[in-house]
Design a protein around this ligand. Structure first.
Ligand code: NDP
Length: 367
């Protein structure tokens, strides 16, 4: 979109020449008549698998501030199917090889990386170098070093980076996040967060170390780390972890089940289980003045829960539409993402500490 490109260049140029403008929010620039921004931002989905086709693309039909403008796929047959279904012009269809030429496509403001975990860093960095803002799916990457490189690439190229942590936009989880912020239940002293499911197809990338980086921990275990961190509103300082394997052939490369306990400041603790061989979906918070629970907790919908006597009930809600609209507004208004790259990096530090503890037979590891 020509308007947006010139806006970005305008802000960049102004920031270099006029110091005051560099801290002026985009809204103020609009108000001062420097530019206008009413159009929806264009999002390119990279990797058209289950999450893109089942959740993100349909959500982009509901979003107010962004729309699906382009696709990047390695599967030829998907090109025409998606073009027809979502009205994508031929020139906005890319593959993993010619991806970098998106730099000159004004219909693309944001690249949304929805690939296997080990490809997140490469495509986030390539998108940043092409001058595009990025949403990267969870887990942010497969190592702390990759997360740091992604944040640096986005900073160096003056683009924003957000992680696909949809639950920060969900009304049930927002209530949990607010418990510590508003001190509703007094000091929170214990959090139990478990997320596990029974995995199917033994040939899928989620069971391959090179593509997934790890098993359930890298996949649904990240939700537990997130939930413990935002329930306490604090960062863990140390942890201990244990791995369990039933001997199932599926789990030759990645862990089947991991449990871990995190220490938070002042002796508060959390306990978590993640697995590809059982079904658990729970967040429990115990505090000085009561308790809260979401169960099931981490789905796209159907969350149930309470805070003491209050049964939580919210109307049907599209987490993905809210998440993408919020990021589009961050870009339009030049504000910070609610879930920036630094959030993904913090979780990856916990994940690396868990693997380190497993290597040391469950020893206490500082984070
Ligand atoms: P899928 O396996 O369904 O899709 C992944 C897609 O990536 C494929 O369809 C393919 O798209 C592309 N791809 C490129 N190279 C490979 C490769 N070597 N092997 C397999 N696929 C490849 O995965 P999901 O959509 O479920 O997950 C994608 C990402 O999204 C993951 O990082 C996952 O953690 C995250 N996710 C997040 C969720 C959330 O709630 N926030 C929910 C589900 C997933 P194409 O054919 O177009 O090239």
């Amino acid at each position: 979109m020509e308007l947006k490109k010139s806006r970005r260049h305008f802000i960049k140029k102004s920031a270099l020449s006029i110091g005051a403008l560099s801290v002026m929010p985009f809204n103020s620039l609009v108000a001062s008549g420097c530019s206008t921004e009413t159009k929806k931002l264009g999002i390119a989905l990279v990797g058209l698998g289950n999450y893109s086709s089942g959740q993100l693309a349909p959500a982009l039909l509901e979003t107010e501030h962004c729309y699906l403008s382009a696709i990047v796929t390695g599967t030829k047959e998907k090109e025409q199917q998606w073009a027809k279904k979502y009205n994508i012009p031929k020139e906005n269809i890319y593959n993993y090889e010619n991806f970098d030429v998106i730099a000159s496509n004004k219909d693309i403001d944001v690249v949304y990386v929805v690939l296997p975990n080990s490809m997140h860093a490469e495509f986030t960095i390539r998108a940043a170098k092409a001058g595009k803002h990025v949403i990267c799916e969870k887990p942010m990457a497969i190592s702390v070093a990759e997360c740091e490189a992604m944040i640096k690439a986005c900073n160096d190229n003056n683009v924003k980076l957000s992680i696909g942590y949809r639950l920060h936009f969900d009304p049930y989880h927002k209530r949990i996040i607010n418990l510590s912020k508003e001190n509703t239940l007094g000091t929170i002293n214990y959090v139990n967060a478990d997320f596990a499911f029974t995995i199917g197809d033994p040939t899928q990338w989620r069971l391959k170390k090179s593509l997934a980086g790890g098993g359930a921990l890298m996949d649904v275990g990240v939700y537990c780390i997130q939930a413990c961190r935002y329930s306490f509103g604090q960062e863990p300082i140390a942890l201990r972890a244990q791995a369990f394997n039933s001997g199932n052939e599926k789990f030759k490369e990645v862990n089947e089940t991991i449990t871990w306990q995190m220490e938070f400041p002042d002796g508060k603790i959390s306990n978590s289980t993640t697995s590809y061989a059982m079904s658990v979906n729970n967040l429990f918070v115990s505090a000085q003045k009561g308790k809260a629970q979401l169960m099931p907790s981490y789905g796209y919908g159907g969350i149930k829960g309470f805070i003491n006597d209050e049964i939580l009930e919210f109307p049907k809600f599209n987490q993905q539409a809210a998440q993408m609209d919020a990021f589009a507004l961050n870009i339009k208004n030049n504000t910070d993402s609610i879930v920036p790259g630094e959030e993904g990096l913090k979780d990856m530090k916990v994940i690396e500490a868990i693997f380190k503890s497993l290597e040391q037979n469950g020893a206490r590891v500082l984070i």
